[in-house]
Design a protein around this ligand. Structure first.
Ligand code: ADP
Length: 446
């Protein structure tokens, strides 16, 4: 059995019982346990030479006090079933007793005075601040009593060479120091208490904020999932009735071709056209709700290959429009969903071609940078550009700046791009001016 450990645990249990809060009382108790912990072996070591010395000066009552003090510290340390306050009071009273005995037997200017001062400081450290002036008062009373005893000649023979004047000079210093400590030490403790309180308050506030943030996040996540499911189900279920409307419209047009006048034909064409567009929009909505799906597995994807495949997919529009694409440097390998990242590049490159300037061959630069936290890509074109006020709007779903007649599209491509980029903790933005081309930039967190 480890005796040292058992000794430590016992003192801790008795003199600094468990407190959930690490407050001022906790530190006071801990300090008290520390005093007892070190004082006990010191007392034991000092006891034998102390008794020998007492024997030489034949001061038997000092021997009794010495043994009593030792017994008191043993009691404080080991006796079970007494309260912590009682332990502290026993400790302080026995220390006072020893101090008084030393003053009486050993001399009015030596170890006795040091003892009184030490007891005063110990009391200030182990009892609450409201009792701060009690030990200073006790010291003063003891010193006054000794001054009276000196005057009345009640002290042993060896104290006779100390004059009352010298004793008052020495003891008034001690009284002054006791009161000074009683005034200053609680101030330090008050500061400590305020710091502890502030720390506690801050950590409670932080915890509350963290909890509300976690709740909001959970709510957001579940709402997001619900929304995605809703978009998927709604668009999926809308497809069939819409297909029926379009096909019956076509049937109507074909079957009653001769019976319908030109106006009716135009209206039916409008309806079929609207139906087709709606069909495409639904397809796009479905695509958006599938983007960055949680079910896909991230794999290392070589972006060089992605860009190559995108060029192959867009081969026709690239060659028809004499598009020149330059890539600044070798692109990285990222751990992503391949279909998402392909869609991102394809949407941005096809937009760069779609929104080209009339009579100017499109030139597209793809650039790449990286820092410790993220990868950054840029896709720059020499197309028609975008007004500054519209820079945010174009990323909204179904938002378009051009009519169907001049540029085909549904206004969903950039919304998909934004969703993909944000899924990887990145940002997507545009730098552009009308007539000066556009630069779409996005980042992906490492
Ligand atoms: P769509 O291309 O189907 O219209 P997008 O979401 O891809 O939908 O783009 C939204 C709008 O942003 C486009 O209608 C267009 O007005 C503008 N835009 C997108 N890319 C560019 C570009 N490279 N240059 C100029 N305008 C662009």
């Amino acid at each position: 059995m480890n005796y040292w450990k058992a000794y430590t645990n016992l003192i801790k249990q008795n003199c600094s019982p468990f407190r959930a809060e690490k407050d001022l009382a906790y530190w006071r108790n801990n300090f008290f346990a520390g005093i007892i912990f070190y004082l006990l072996p010191l007392c034991l070591i000092a006891l034998i030479p102390g008794l020998v010395w007492i024997y030489t000066i034949q001061a038997w009552s000092l021997a009794v006090v010495d043994l009593l003090t030792f017994a008191a510290i043993i009691t404080v340390a080991f006796l079970p079933g007494i309260s912590l306050v009682a332990r502290k009071i026993i400790f302080i009273l026995s220390s006072y007793l020893l101090g008084i005995a030393l003053l009486y037997y050993v001399g009015l200017s030596g170890p006795g005075l040091m003892y009184l001062m030490a007891v005063c400081v110990f009391s200030l450290l182990i009892f609450p601040a409201k009792y701060a002036f009690w030990p200073a008062l006790a010291n003063t009373i003891i010193l006054i009593l000794f001054a009276i005893a000196l005057t009345m000649d009640w002290l042993p023979w060896h104290q006779k060479d100390l004059s009352l004047g010298s004793f008052i000079a020495i003891s008034s210093n001690l009284a002054f120091l006791s009161f000074l400590s009683a005034a200053l030490i609680p101030v330090v403790f008050k500061g400590l208490q305020q710091t502890i309180d502030k720390g506690k308050r801050l950590s409670a506030e932080l915890k509350a904020k963290q909890q509300s943030l976690e709740k909001a996040l959970q709510l957001l996540e579940s709402t997001n999932i619900e929304l995605e499911q809703f978009a998927y189900v709604a668009s999926h279920d809308l497809k069939e009735p819409l297909r029926m409307v379009s096909s019956f419209m076509s049937l109507l047009k074909n079957k009653y071709n001769d019976k319908l006048d030109d106006k009716a034909h135009t209206y039916i064409d409008f309806a079929i056209d609207g139906g087709n567009r709606m069909q495409r929009m639904i397809e796009d909505l479905l695509e958006l709700s599938r983007t960055a799906s949680q079910h896909l597995i991230k794999v290392p994807v070589d972006i060089n290959i992605v860009v190559e495949e995108v060029q192959q997919n867009l081969f026709k529009i690239i060659t028809d429009n004499k598009v020149a694409i330059s890539i600044s440097q070798k692109l990285p390998i990222l751990s992503v969903y391949k279909s998402d990242i392909s869609r991102l590049f394809q949407n941005l490159v096809s937009n760069a071609v779609k929104f080209r300037k009339k009579d100017v061959d499109p030139i597209i630069h793809i650039r790449f940078f990286e820092n410790t936290e993220e990868y950054q890509f840029e896709i720059e074109d020499n197309g028609i550009g975008i007004e500054k006020e519209k820079h945010n709007k174009i990323f909204e779903i179904f938002s378009r700046l051009h009519s169907q007649k001049t540029h085909e599209g549904n206004g969903i491509g950039l919304a998909v791009c934004k969703k993909v980029v944000e899924h990887y903790g990145g940002k997507l933005w545009v730098q552009s001016e009308p007539g000066r081309g556009s630069k779409f930039c996005f980042t992906i967190k490492k």
